[in-house]
Design a protein around this ligand. Sequence first.
Ligand code: XIL
Length: 328
Amino acid sequence: DIPSLQDAFAGKFLLGSAFTNDELLTEPDKQLLIKHFNSVTPGNVLKWDSTEPQENVFNFIEADAAVAFGVQNGQQVRGHTLVWHAQTPDWVFRDANGNLVSKAVLYARMQNHIQTVMERYEGKIYAWDVVNEVIDASQSDGLRRSLWYQIAGEEYIEKAFEFAHAVDPTVKLFINDYNTHEPAKSQALYNLITRLQAKGIPVDGVGHQTHISLYYPSLAEIESSIIKFKALGLETHITELDISVYSDNSQSYETFSDELKQRQANLYKSLFQVFLRHTDTVTNVTLWGKDDAHTWLRTFPVARNNWPLLFDERLQSKPAYWSVLEAV
Ligand code: XIL
């Protein structure tokens, strides 16, 4: 019987995993989630296209099952996500003629969505990714030109946090993004949060997705990006960690070689050592899945083998699992 990961990190930070609802249908998958993780993140079913596919027509069948799983097992549940440019239905942004709606209409829809979803899981979801992937460092104001932005500018981000805070001021409200180790992106995110804080917008935490690979980025870059946000007094969550074995989209391996296994194990260990140096702000480290059969990296960015997580396709512990334990 192998050691429990959540126990190994007890008193340091919560150890989390994303999961898909099909994992709730098989006992071995469920037991692995329950044993090793004290935080869980529904991977898709809390997204807008899942919970409100048509205006004011909410469907909580899948979301209810996902959240209930975590609650029943005494796990913290991270809510992912309220406002995003992807996996969001087009109706949110358009009128009956297909034209973009006014700010007022957009905000009414946003508020209705945030309020309805957050109220349903009040007391069950402890932290929400209020906005996801809003940064584009190539823009002068650092903000992605999503439909949200095209209609409302930066203000939509303020509204999202204000609406969420009004529903439940005790829930931790996060801003989540990828490639936050990149200096320009990290700076753009930092600048945004500084502007929000100056206006009194209630942001509690920064989420670093941390979809990385064996090749990129460096540990130093990751550590710098964690340290950078300490100045803002925010909590830090690592929200979507995985380590791809590829450096570019054209590669595809038949097998997971012993050499790759060892390199991945070494990197996981060093990475967790970084997180452990910053437990003053890092309070949750969540992997984007528990096992290599349930990883989005087998479909994104292309369909191919990949082995980014701590357990293999048969739910057996990988060298990466053992090396993470050694980091403590
Ligand atoms: C991914 C899911 O894991 C996939 O199942 C889905 O097809 C696409 O989205 N950043 C995020 C997550 O914030 O929501 C994404 O999840 C992975 C990248």
